[in-house]
Design a protein around this ligand. Sequence first.
Ligand SMILES: [Zn+2]
Length: 247
Amino acid sequence: MPVSPLDIERRIKALRSHARQEVRGAPYAIYALLDPGDPNQFSEPGPFDGTPFYVGQSCKIEDRIATHLRSSQHLTADSRLVQRHIAWLFAVGRLPRVAILDTAQTRSQSLMAELRWGQHMLRAGFELANNSPDFAKLMSVPEIEFWLDHSRAQMLASDAIREGVAIVHTCTCGHADRWIDPAEHALFRTQRLRLTRIAAETRKCPGCGNDCEWRLDDWNLLKAFGARPSDGGRREYPNFCDNVGAA
Ligand SMILES: [Zn+2]
């Protein structure tokens, strides 16, 4: 028998409370969604309280869990594989569970841990409803670095500020590198501002007008080893995070 909307809301409440206790205030959590299985069928006890079918990471784990379960009640043409899988569980009368796999202090650590757990689950034989093909690949160190660079570039400005990331613009015709502090550009802007956006806005070299190549670097390392004179120090910026529904 399908589960009712009331059952789903009750499950969300229980999962939020479970996640809150497990995460203990850490800024990022890496989690798995679990299929509790058919209660009428015996299944071998495994390492989790159910069968993992999705691995994710979030800075708002409780809201993320609620979104997973609520959005799966109203499928559309754009619904993702994980939502379709949860909708199927609801239809056969099963309510998903959540396992908190790990916590992290920065978005970069969280992305890396998500990748490791995703790959681990696939190697352990669990089928994941994740869209990310990266989980399925055994990546070499340069590939992982490339993947991490790519993922980090999608970070929210708030994540970048939390972990002290700077955008470094390098002019292709040889003008000096420019360092952009995301905190300087995030003031009074939307909380969903991404680094890619800031980089695009600041890419033009003031020397020649060409678009610069850009990369991410550690703000403190730049300051410690760079030759650039201090511009009066980094501005303190409040922590915020509004990343519900983002990758
Ligand atoms: Zn230039």
